[in-house]
Design a protein around this ligand. Structure first.
Ligand code: SAM
Length: 276
């Protein structure tokens, strides 16, 4: 690790469940830095113990982010190398990070991202829903007005939508989504990388039905609004291309034929005959 007059900030991704999901480079960095700034020091200590790393820890969470940033910047300017970690996954993604990163840019401090786990990316890649373009909304706001605005945005968005949610708020969130999603495909990814990892697929009604009393950490992947896309694009596709879109979403042959018929304004039997 470089030892300069000014230290570096390493932004280090840590596991989202399975402790083996950490890169060799991340382990090396955690071993070599002078200090680790952690969202919850007790939580990070468990990881460090698992990796047999002993290192000074400083707490750096949402409620002390502003104050602690100046303190950390001083240490880096003083020559210390600092690693920033959050409780799970990639710092800055619904976790502290932004404030110190902006400050490092201002102070011309070198930042080095150390890639690794991120819940949304792993939920997205396994969803079967379009990964070419997507929007990450984080957690839905609790404030009524902001929540309504966000839901309207989701209703309009033509790209794949990603949401984070806590289990105790899931029921409410799904009910709110039910009012805007019609028959869009949804994937609920739960407890990624852990023993009870699970993917629940279906339309919003089916997801509500299948997710009663669900526990654990959750990511929701929602198919974008294809209304416009449909009228513009489906007719330009071959039936096979059209079929593959729904097949990738995990739908059954029967469901796919029904959807294709609806998208193209055809009779189900007509579509079925073409596939025979
Ligand atoms: N920084 C993290 C990342 O890179 O994904 C996200 C932190 S955010 C405070 C916590 C939320 O991430 C959880 O409420 C859940 O929505 C999602 N999450 C984190 N770990 C997860 C897991 N193992 N399985 C499913 N969702 C997870």
């Amino acid at each position: 690790m470089e030892k300069n007059k000014i230290g570096n900030l390493y932004i280090v991704a840590t596991p989202i469940g399975n402790l083996e999901d950490i890169t060799l480079r991340a382990i090396k960095v955690l071993k070599e830095v002078d200090l680790i700034a952690a969202e919850d020091t007790r939580h990070t200590l468990k990881l460090l113990n698992h990796l047999e790393i002993s290192k000074p820890l400083i707490s750096y969470h949402r409620h002390n982010e502003e104050i602690k940033t100046d303190n950390l910047i001083e240490k880096i300017l003083d020559g210390q190398n600092v690693a920033l970690v959050s409780d799970a996954g990639t710092p800055g993604i619904c976790d502290p990070g932004e404030v110190i990163i902006k400050k490092c840019i201002e102070k011309k401090i070198k930042m080095i991202p150390i890639p690794g786990a991120c819940a949304m990316i792993n939920a997205l890649i396994t969803s079967g829903i379009d990964t070419k373009e997507f929007i990450f909304f984080g957690f839905l706001p609790l404030n009524k007005k902001s929540r309504k605005e966000k839901l309207e945005e989701i209703e309009q968005a033509s790209k794949t939508i990603i949401l984070y949610e806590a289990p105790h708020k899931l029921e409410n969130t799904l009910k709110d989504l039910e009012t805007i999603l019609e028959n869009r495909q949804v994937v609920l990814a739960r407890e990624l990388t852990k023993i009870h990892e699970e993917f629940i697929r279906g339309n919003i009604k089916e997801i509500i039905e299948k997710s009663k009393d669900l526990k654990g950490e959750i990511v929701l992947i929602i198919q974008g609004n294809e209304k416009e896309h449909k009228s513009n694009n489906f007719e330009k596709m071959t039936l096979e291309e059209h079929y593959k879109i729904y097949e990738a979403q995990g739908l059954t042959k029967k469901e796919i034929i029904k959807k294709i018929a609806k998208d193209r304004g055809l009779n189900k039997n007509e579509v079925y005959q073409q596939f025979l």
